[in-house]
Design a protein around this ligand. Structure first.
Ligand code: AMP
Ligand code: MG
Length: 326
């Protein structure tokens, strides 16, 4: 039985329009990946440069051959182990896939999302959905439906409700050239988990995109509108004092005990989890909340280094770049 919401979303997709659907990572802005008109709408709505390829979401591993020309043994094993889940594989692309989806490349990024609403939509639709995050390019990713409504109102088509996202940061991306895997973007499926499973070391790319120019040092991505600074605890304390002493209102994502600051009128303090998966789940919702608070600055207490924190640290670094500054 297909619910009326899903049936209406499928109708939109078949007519070349976009829909918003929940996944375990973030909410996606989806279009029929085989329909250039729909995919074009995704780029236009997001204001996304055409050379930034989109991830194709499919219902299950059995559909992968419809997108990938070749599936290296390592890629197949990763898909069997981690799908459905927050892992995207970049593989050689079948000829008939519109190159608008792949940013002109001969590789395509594919994943199977782990969310009952996404699965129901993909099953009823029957094809692949090209779906980047349902936000404006470069801004905070949406992990709740109200984040999407704030960005787009009704402009992006129907928004399927799926509650808060359980993973909360974008998928890990692994590319294959031959059988050699490369980590293109860290996520909650860590490089170490992949290495332990495959029994080999994987390369770590310096950039998010294979074959694309390295993101410039000033590139801002996954960022709130409020300027954000990432600082170790001691440096954060002195920065906070200097900002509040000149009357600035400041939001803080805190890991340590900051009891003495809680009472300060200028300070909005959000205590974050010291466990990486929970921190990742809460990260964008916390930043969305601070971003609408009319604050002058967001200070983030730097999380620990180490693999488990790889995805969180990567997103925080990108969020802290403010070209032009303020
Ligand atoms: P998102 O921005 O979360 O929609 O994820 C899309 C990202 O996936 C892109 O910005 C690239 O980093 C990566 N990606 C997608 N397709 C490819 C591809 N064909 N080759 C390399 N990276 C890709
Ligand atoms: Mg995105």
């Amino acid at each position: 039985m297909i619910s009326p919401d899903i049936a209406s979303a499928v109708d939109h997709l078949k007519r070349g329009f976009t829909v918003v659907f929940p996944t375990e990572t973030v909410y996606g802005l989806g279009a029929d990946a085989m329909n250039p008109k729909g995919v074009e709408r995704v780029f236009a709505l997001k204001g996304r440069p055409r050379d930034r390829p989109l991830i194709v979401h499919i219902e299950g591993l059995s559909r992968l051959e419809e997108w990938a020309e070749e599936i290296p043994e390592g890629a197949r094993r990763l898909a069997e182990r981690f799908w459905p889940g927050p892992l995207t594989l970049v593989l050689s692309c079948r000829r008939e896939i519109p190159r608008l989806v792949t940013g002109g490349r001969d590789t395509v990024a594919v994943r199977v999302p782990d969310h009952p609403v996404a699965t129901a939509l993909l099953r009823a639709f029957g094809g692949g959905l090209a779906a980047p995050s349902a936000n404006r390019f470069g801004r905070l990713s949406p992990t709740a439906s109200w984040h999407v409504r704030e960005f787009f109102g009704d402009e992006a088509g129907p928004i399927l409700e799926g509650g808060p996202c359980s993973t909360g940061v974008e998928s890990t991306i692994v590319g294959f050239s031959g059988d050699r895997p490369t980590l293109l973007r860290p996520g909650t499926v860590s490089a170490r988990m992949i290495e332990e499973f495959l029994g080999l070391r994987i390369l770590r790319a310096g950039a998010e995109e294979e074959g694309a120019p390295l993101p410039g040092s000033g590139e801002s991505h996954y960022a709130p509108c409020t300027p954000l600074e990432l600082l170790p605890a001691e440096a954060l304390r002195s920065r906070l004092l200097s900002l509040t002493s000149r009357g600035d209102r400041v939001g803080v994502l805190a890991l340590s005990e900051w009891g003495d600051l809680c009472g300060q009128r200028e300070v909005t303090l959000l205590p974050m989890s010291r466990k990486a998966p929970e921190y990742a789940r809460e990260l964008y919702a916390a930043l969305h909340a601070l971003d609408r608070g009319g604050l002058g600055r967001i200070l983030v207490e730097a999380p620990p280094d180490g693999e488990a924190w790889g995805a969180v640290n990567d997103r925080l670094k990108r969020a802290s770049h403010h070209p032009g500054g303020r």
